[in-house]
Write a protein that binds this ligand. Structure first.
Ligand code: BES
Ligand code: ZN
Ligand code: ZN
Length: 469
């Protein structure tokens, strides 16, 4: 992605960024032949459109590009793959926010997952725009690129072991410590739910635990937990083919927390960071966990299995319980947890659940500012009774079709210490089709919003969970 951003080049084609308003005033200052050319080409500065201006010698003199607004990141996303190959330089310069949006939109728009094939065509390059904070753009683009790559990697090459390897590589790059509890050791170390879900696969389940510090021992502790179901067949409650098809993305939560961790560590934010990933494959075999089995959890709550396809909440239960074993200033989890969240909000809007109103509003504001939308759903306590079981402390599913995303979040809430500021994101982590800057396949959602909140609070010395502290 970052290969499509170039250091300054003598031969760059000038790229003039215009929206509908600025096009009008720019045209008014142009000679008749330019006005006629632009009009004849039907260029109206629509987002993603462009219009070359030829010089007298037939060379490209300048390229006009249309945007919705100068700081709209997605308006720049179509250009790297649609402009004629070459190197472009934005002129005149944009202000800082717009220059950052242009560079990040360009980077995200040039992404393609080419691990198993040759690239079809090279993206056009953009000279790093003036006024742009290139370090900030680079660390976000790298984080999001990592998230997308991990999700896009097919499940045969992205099992629990490969997910561990990805975490190990990231840890190595940033001097973080990595510990892993794998296979039967999960039982010895009291992670029974992770073991129960993952034991049917030939690829051993594990808990991946990364720790890093960019501050002293008293720096706030942020813990990120990500659902790492490397493939979700549904287990014995097998998914139908259509629903199973894209379940390589069921480690999308893990991909989000690794991408976010990459950005945080690259920025050297003055926090202590812990990343916990329960990595399993929800497979079918003779020793698979069954409907109506009762399994234990790290917390000591017994869970009756109403449905083996509701496996994400089980592995997260053990990881969240471990996350709460020390004082945490901010606990965030990301998970491709329910189809119900998608029915409620569609594929692009992550559902956010939060036990702290001020934190939730602040995250929503960061989402709006970063154009990285999210939507809060309630932890509606009366629905806790839907998770009652006659034989165990809890059932892993509720009866009936209602409020599936909420009951899943309420299930998780049982495993969080009540005083811990906690946010749960139920994300789709997938683009169904190509859009500017958002190619079909794995996608990071709410990552920029969350990073922006953590960065703001870390750099202002506030507790990462509390605006007023
Ligand atoms: N990984 C799925 C959730 C999912 C499905 C996310 C499709 C995005 C798209 C999860 O493990 C699951 O299967 N959940 C079940 C829960 C149900 C059995 C209570 C679901 O949502 O159908
Ligand atoms: Zn499932
Ligand atoms: Zn799942």
């Amino acid at each position: 992605m970052l290969a499509s951003l170039a250091d300054s080049s003598g031969h760059a084609i000038a790229l003039r960024i215009l929206n509908a308003d600025s096009l009008e005033s720019w045209l008014a200052d142009q000679p008749d032949e330019v006005r006629a050319w632009v009009t004849a080409n039907g260029f109206s500065a629509k987002s993603g459109s462009f219009c070359p201006l030829p010089g007298r010698n037939g060379q490209m003199n300048e390229m006009l590009a249309g945007v919705e607004a100068l700081d709209d990141i997605w308006s720049y996303g179509a250009l790297p793959k649609s402009l004629p190959p070459g190197t472009y330089e934005i002129q005149p310069a944009l202000d800082r926010d717009s220059a950052n949006a242009a560079a990040l939109g360009w980077a995200l728009g040039s992404y393609s997952y080419n691990h198993y094939r040759k690239v079809d065509r090279l993206s056009a390059s953009l000279v790093w725009p003036q006024n742009c904070d290139s370090a900030a753009v680079k660390r976000l683009a790298r984080g999001i690129g990592l998230t997308r790559d991990l999700i896009n990697t097919p499940a045969n090459d992205m099992g629990p072991e490969e997910l561990e390897e990805a975490a190990r590589q990231l840890a190595g790059e940033h001097g973080a410590a990595l510990q892993v509890v794998e296979g039967e050791a999960l039982l010895e170390e009291n992670y029974p739910a992770i073991h129960a879900v993952g034991r049917a696969s030939t690829r051993a389940p594990r808990l991946i635990d990364l720790r890093w510090s960019g501050g002293d021992k008293t720096a706030p502790l942020v813990v990120l937990v990500g659902k790492g179901v490397c493939f979700d067949t549904g287990g014995l409650d097998l998914k139908p083919a259509e629903g199973m098809k894209i379940m390589k993305k069921d480690m999308g939560g893990a991909a989000h927390v690794l991408g976010l961790a990459s950005t945080i560590m690259e920025a050297e934010l003055p926090i202590r960071l812990r990343v916990l990933i329960p990595a399993v494959e929800n497979a079918v075999s003779g020793n698979a966990f069954r409907p109506l089995d009762v399994i234990q959890t790290r917390k000591g709550l017994s869970v009756e299995i109403g449905n083996t396809d509701a496996e994400g909440r089980l592995v997260l239960a053990d990881a969240l319980c471990e996350a709460g074993s020390e004082k945490v200033d901010l606990l965030l989890d990301f998970a491709t947890l329910t189809g119900a969240a998608r029915v409620a909000l569609g594929p692009d809007l992550p559902a956010m659940f939060c036990n702290d109103g001020a934190l939730a509003s602040s995250l929503a504001q960061h989402g709006e500012r970063q154009k990285d939308s999210l939507w809060r759903l309630p932890l509606h306590q009366p629905y806790r009774e839907k998770l009652k079981s006659k034989v165990a402390d809890l059932n892993n599913v509720s009866e009936g079709p209602f409020a599936g995303a909420i009951t899943a979040a309420l299930f998780l809430e049982h495993f969080i210490p009540p005083e811990t500021p906690w946010v749960h994101f139920d994300v789709y982590a997938w683009n169904q089709s190509d859009r500017p800057g958002r190619p079909a396949g794995g996608e990071a959602m709410a990552l920029r919003a969350v990073y922006s909140l953590i960065e703001e609070r870390a750099l202002s010395g506030k507790s990462p969970s509390n605006d007023s502290a």
